[in-house]
Design a protein around this ligand. Sequence first.
Ligand code: TXA
Ligand code: MG
Length: 345
Amino acid sequence: MTQICEVEPQNPSIEIIRRAARIIRMGGLVAFPTETVYGLGADAMNATAVRKIFAVKERPLDNPLIVHVADEGSIKKLAANIPDEAKILIEKFFPGPITIVLEKKPVVPDVTTANLPTVALRMPNNKVALSLIEESGTPIAAPSANKAGRPSPTKAQHVLEDFKGEVDLILDGGPTTFGLESTVVDLTVNPPQLLRPGAVTLEMLNDAIGQVQVHPSVKLEMSSEDLAKSPGMKYRHYAPRAELVVVTGRDEDVAKKIREMINMFRSKGLRVGVASTTGMEYSADYVEKLGRTKLEIASRLYDGLRRFDEAEVDIIIAEGVDECGLGLAIMNRLKKASDYRVVRA
Ligand code: TXA
Ligand code: MG
């Protein structure tokens, strides 16, 4: 049975938080809101509880989890040889939408970090999350609360869609603020490396600790010369989510290209959806306006992607954004959702 409890985001009921904390201490699973996306939490120090996360999420055991803490003291208990860059980032951005990778201490179970010698640490800027960690009296390991491969959850309803009956309790603290997962920076290498872009942007990191290297996977894309073939791929799977293609370039060129693509796909009898970031008009079967500012687009992206499932389109064409600031994180998620298929208009 999965219980859902609504909590006030700014002032969560202590009774409900204590009930959730008891579940964590007993080795159960609690989904909770953060400022980025909802997390699927378990006691990070309890290997059996952590294994449950991997099982219900259907996540490969070689993909490590982020350990969430509520105070700086916990960071010292979990990580060794904390470099100056870490101290600066903690001072500047904790609590906030950033995760730092540090050398791990042996107390952290190997299953939590997928046998890596490092541990990813994050202090979420959300009262529900922080009070849950405090009341549990233990750090909480939490991946995004979605089945592996699905868009991350930005509402409690999304968690329920993916995990009904599989988690003990969902704390519903309303929609999340940023809507994209935290920035992940590896501080065990020199120079530090950005592994996943998020709301703490590359520019903010460079300002704080000097040149940060961007991991090659962050900007990965595939040229799709042969885009016309890609809709056919959907027949290879039994029940696929719609294919996604990202189109980048100047707004007018993007709009022109997308209109051509809509006509081309519809002439093949496909239902076409457009994820719009410019407010441009399209005569597609379904158009999801994600907003005009990067903050809006980021916060609505995953909910928007889930809506295309309901609209039962065969293909989604997304307008890209520039890769400055929060744009790097938005484009990274769009590219991942598209299997890295980017068309330059
Ligand atoms: O915003 C977020 O970070 C959310 C909320 C719930 O806090 N959590 C989240 O977790 O996105 P997850 O598991 O979906 O993504 C964690 C990412 C993965 O890409 C994982 O490979 C990476 O962080 N990661 C975790 N531990 C790591 C480590 N020791 N070294 C390198 N990467 C690590
Ligand atoms: Mg995730």
